[in-house]
Design a protein around this ligand. Sequence first.
Ligand code: ADP
Ligand code: MG
Length: 233
Amino acid sequence: MKSIRKAFGGHEVLKGIDLEVKDGEFVIFVGPSGCGKSTLLRTIAGLEDATSGSVRIDGVEVGHVAPAKRGIAMVFQSYALYPHLTVKDNMGLGLKQAGAAKAEIDEKVAKAAGMLSLEPYLARRPAELSGGQRQRVAIGRAIVREPKLFLFDEPLSNLDAALRVNTRLEIARLHRSLKATMIYVTHDQVEAMTLADKIVVLNAGRIEQVGSPMELYNRPANLFVAGFIGSPQ
Ligand code: ADP
Ligand code: MG
């Protein structure tokens, strides 16, 4: 990301974001509500156009590349599943829309369902699942498209504490086995400290500090970062 700025009307929400995410890295954006985390993710995904600046993926400027063609899958806080479709069809829909053959869809959905322990639920509809199961379906739907980059926007914040831990461990496992790049938004410090290779602390549309969890914990650049990462000062 190079000098990304984004304004809504006269209100500038992103004030010049420069950031490099390496292949296979797990990067977490943290920061207070309203600081621009979702807007930055949506800009990477192509769901928002930056007012200025550019996003490059694998060296290619994607300003004019449609969201569906960016090799990205996004998982939201609200699962955004289709209520009338079964788990299996929800997970396979993206591939179907992309024109994949039924055999390929079945194979990829079965593989993702196996990774997420969703096999027993494939014939159910979202209303017949718990919140944690629904979020696993949403993650499964992202996996089947084999994206090179996953974007997660507070994926665990609708889950209760026990499910949050389980799903967090599952996401960590997926990162290890898929070796994909993941950018993940949270305001939960435990998630940030345990999942991230690199944490990006955002505040009011700017980056306060970028570093590994231990770097931020041991050497916060300022009181804001220290307060956010929770190191004793
Ligand atoms: P975060 O995800 O960090 O909580 P957001 O990126 O959702 O923050 O929002 C950052 C700011 O941008 C907020 O003040 C929000 O009200 C504003 N904003 C986000 N999306 C829009 C939009 N589509 N139109 C106008 N303002 C928006
Ligand atoms: Mg948000």
